[in-house]
Design a protein around this ligand. Structure first.
Ligand SMILES: [Zn+2]
Length: 239
């Protein structure tokens, strides 16, 4: 049998862990970028100064910002316990199908047969590390029912369609996979590593993705980004 003292100690330890967890959950959901994203979705016109225009190219950055809106979530943000965000989310602050999505860089677009809302852009030569190929995955380009908002040039099964930086690929949507629980209208973008044999790695695994900050010339890393909407930096480090 445990002594009373040990039992009491265990109860206290349990309560402390529970409180710490509750505080973490509250902090994650109520502060920082969550609060701003909710405020923006509710009243985009009241927060126009938070937005970044589509097509903006920061000094020394190879990529252009692929869609207009508030860049609300960053690389490494945590939504679910133990799951880090693999990319960035740009919230258009407009209705579904109103905010165009442009190619951030020259490359070749593919769309898997089953992809309702997603495209992937192959960049044969990473502008920051020219000895490797990288991929840019973009998703949520469908409405809540799964009707695609992707340009006719990229039907399901499309393979390696050449595009140039700034070319229209589709429009932001609110597709989540569950029509009853759509997401706020946005574009998700992540930069995905190649497997070294010409294929992209699974983009849903954080370690298969790259910090987008140096590609856009903004600090878009949840670990280091300052408060407030992202702005162009003059120099960024590769994480
Ligand atoms: Zn996202």
């Amino acid at each position: 049998m445990m002594s009373k003292k040990v039992q009491r100690g265990l109860v206290i330890a349990f309560v402390v862990i529970l409180l710490a967890f509750a505080a973490w959950v509250a902090w994650t959901y109520l502060h920082g970028r969550n609060a701003n994203v909710w405020a923006f979705i509710k009243e985009p016109m009241a927060h126009k100064e938070w937005t970044t225009p589509a097509g903006l190219q920061c000094p020394n950055a190879p990529f252009i910002i692929p869609s207009g809106g508030f860049i609300g979530y960053y690389y490494g943000d945590v939504f679910k316990l133990g799951k880090k965000h693999q990319g960035i989310d740009i919230f258009g602050g407009v209705e579904v199908a109103h905010m165009p999505v442009y190619a951030p860089y020259d490359g070749f677009v593919s769309r898997e047969e089953g992809w309702k809302s997603s495209l992937i852009l192959r960049v044969p030569q990473d502008p920051l590390q020219p000895d490797r190929q990288i991929w840019v995955y973009m998703t949520h380009m469908a409405d809540r029912k799964g009707n695609g908002l992707i340009d006719k040039m990229f039907p399901p099964g499309a393979k390696d369609v050449p595009v140039t930086q700034g070319q229209v690929l589709g429009f932001q949507g609110d597709y989540s996979g569950n029509p009853k629980r759509p997401v706020g209208v946005h574009l998700h973008l992540s930069i995905v590593k190649d497997d070294g044999q010409g294929h992209y790695l699974n983009e849903s695994v954080f370690s298969n993705t790259l910090d987008p900050s140096p590609y856009f010339g903004m600090d878009l890393n949840a670990k280091t980004a300052p408060d407030g909407p992202p702005r162009c930096l003059l120099s960024v480090q590769i994480d």
